[in-house]
Design a protein around this ligand. Sequence first.
Ligand code: G3D
Length: 179
Amino acid sequence: MGFLLTKMMAVFGNREHKVIIVGLDNAGKTSILYQFLTKEAVHTSPTIGSNVEEITVGKTNFMVWDIGGQESLRASWYSYYGNTEIVILVVDSTDRERLNLTKEELHRMLAHEDLKKAAVLILANKQDVKGSMTAAEISQSLTLDSISSHSWHVQACCALTGEGLPASLDWMKSRVVAN
Ligand code: G3D
């Protein structure tokens, strides 16, 4: 029944927008997805697998794929890229050592044909931790200002409290409405 409804909604224009959550392991991807589901949006139903959730914000439906960030899994991120409208890149703002690795992964993703039209939301997570990098520092280290090929936005957040996540959902919504 749920499947049928989803299909009917797609036919009548209330379609789902595909979102992927990427980032290195331990960045906070799963915590953020959980916050989206419990705090800021209506959780409808878990779908295809435990790592895919549907999030409804007002009349906008996002199908959100939480993809593993371990090194072995990063090699297969590309297999999720097809039809993705928004990429959420979660950064652990306390992990200065691996920020360069995140930068490499980000620029590799942006160069991929299947993500040509995707918008990118960079979440500077773990802002509650003292001494964590600010969104501006992360933005500079990831050389976000050099990105002109994609629409992007950087947002400071804390997955534990949910701070910064409503603004993230608003930006995501504005992106899909704009297209
Ligand atoms: P991942 O899905 O990207 O691998 P997780 O990351 O969501 O599993 O989070 C990894 C660890 O970081 C978890 O701690 C989680 O509680 C913590 N974490 C996530 N977001 C935040 C945040 O905003 N602030 C703080 N302080 N911690 C955060 P554990 O101890 O369970 O491994």
